[in-house]
Design a protein around this ligand. Structure first.
Ligand code: ASP
Length: 327
C-alpha cells in the first residue's frame, strides 16, 4: 500500500519536474494560432502581424490556421478543446469572446472562464462602409436611403455572433433599416464582394477596410468612435455625421486554452508585448487604424480577463435590448 502511494507520489513529482522543464524550454516547436475567420479580414491580419514578431522573440514560428464558421465560434470551440500546452493559441475578438454567448444557446465555451487570457493585440474602431458607387453623399443621406430601400439592400457580415453582425444590429436598429443580412466566413470576403459591387454596406473593423477606403475602392460614411482615426483623418465620427448614438468599438486579443501553464502564458504575453513595442509591427497596426494597447496594465493577462467578463455582460444586454433571439 505504502509502496504504491510512494510510487504514485514520485511519479507525480517527476511529472511536475518535466512540466517545469518543458515550460522553461518552451517553445521547442512551432505554435499554431487559430484564426476563426477567413484570410484577409481584421482578425487574420492582426494575427499575422503580431505573430511574425512574436515568432522572432520566441525563436519559433507562429503559424496561422484559419478555422472558419458560425461567426468565429467554430474556430474558438476547436481551440478551446486543444491540448493546453502553449502550442495552440487563438486570436479571439469582441464577437467570439463578447457577443457570442448571447447569440448561441449551446455555445460550448464560456469566454470569461474557459481560457487563459494572453493579452490584447489591438483595439479596432468600427466604420460604416459601402460600395464606392453607393448613392448617398454622407451618413445622413445614407441612413435615409437604407431606411427607405433597406429591403433591396445587401449588408455583409461575418456570421451570427461576429463583430460585423452585432455592431450592424445596433446600426440597423438606429437607422430603422431591414436589409438582407448576407453571412460570410469573415469580413475579408465581405469587402472583396463590396469592391465587386455585390454587397451594399457593412459595419467593419477598421483594420480590413482602411487601405481600401484610402484607395477609393469602397467608401466610409463614419467611424463609430469618440474621435477620428489618425489612419483615416477625413472620415467623420458618427457624432459629427449626425448619428451620435452609434458609438461602438471592437478589439482582437490572444487567448490560450484553459490549463495552459502560467509560465507559458507569461512568455506568450511578454512576446506579444515585445511585438507591440517593435516599431515596424506597431506602425503596421497603426497604419491600418489599429489601436495598440498602452504599455502597463492594458497589456496584462489579468486586464484582458476582466475586460472579457465586462464585454460578455455588456453585449448580453445590448443583444437582449435589440430583441435578437439566440440560435
Ligand atoms: N471583422 C470580422 C467580424 O465581423 C471578422 C474577421 O474577418 O476578422 O467579426
Amino acid at each position: 500500500m505504502f509502496a504504491k502511494f510512494l510510487k504514485t507520489a514520485l511519479l507525480g513529482i517527476a511529472a511536475l519536474g518535466i512540466g517545469a522543464v518543458q515550460a522553461q524550454n518552451y517553445p521547442t516547436r512551432p505554435i499554431t494560432v487559430i484564426v476563426p475567420f477567413a484570410a484577409g479580414g481584421p482578425t487574420d491580419v492582426i494575427a499575422r502581424i503580431v505573430s511574425e514578431h512574436m515568432g522572432k522573440v520566441l525563436g519559433q514560428q507562429l503559424i496561422v490556421e484559419n478555422v472558419v464558421g458560425a461567426g468565429g465560434t467554430t474556430g474558438i470551440t476547436k481551440a478551446f478543446g486543444a491540448t493546453p500546452d502553449g502550442y495552440t493559441i487563438m486570436m479571439g475578438h469582441m464577437g467570439t469572446h463578447g457577443a457570442a454567448p448571447a447569440l448561441y444557446k449551446n455555445l460550448k465555451y464560456k469566454p470569461a472562464s474557459d481560457f487563459e487570457p494572453i493579452g490584447m493585440a489591438a483595439g479596432t474602431p468600427i466604420l460604416v462602409v459601402a460600395r464606392k458607387d453607393f448613392p448617398a453623399k454622407d451618413l445622413k443621406e445614407f441612413v435615409a436611403y437604407i431606411k427607405a430601400n433597406g429591403d433591396k439592400l445587401n449588408e455583409g457580415q461575418a456570421g451570427v455572433g461576429s463583430v460585423s453582425f452585432s455592431t450592424c444590429i445596433m446600426f440597423n436598429v438606429l437607422a430603422g433599416a431591414k436589409p438582407t443580412r448576407v453571412p460570410y466566413t469573415g469580413t475579408g470576403p465581405v469587402i472583396n464582394d463590396m469592391m465587386a459591387g455585390k454587397i451594399d454596406y457593412a459595419c467593419d473593423q477598421i483594420v480590413s477596410v482602411a487601405s481600401q477606403i484610402q484607395g477609393g475602392s469602397i467608401k466610409a460614411y463614419a467611424i463609430a468612435t469618440e474621435a477620428r482615426s489618425p489612419a483615416l483623418p477625413d472620415i467623420p465620427t458618427t457624432a459629427e455625421a449626425g448619428l451620435p448614438e452609434f458609438k461602438v468599438s471592437a478589439w482582437n486579443a490572444l487567448f490560450a486554452p484553459k490549463g495552459t501553464p502560467q509560465d507559458v502564458v507569461a512568455k506568450l504575453n511578454a512576446a506579444l508585448s515585445t511585438a507591440l513595442n517593435d516599431p515596424a509591427t506597431k506602425k503596421r497596426l497603426e497604419d491600418l487604424g489599429g489601436v495598440v494597447p498602452k504599455e502597463g496594465a492594458e497589456r496584462t493577462s489579468k486586464w484582458l480577463g476582466d475586460f472579457v467578463a465586462a464585454e460578455v455582460k455588456k453585449w448580453g444586454e445590448i443583444i437582449q435590448a435589440g430583441g435578437v433571439v439566440a440560435q
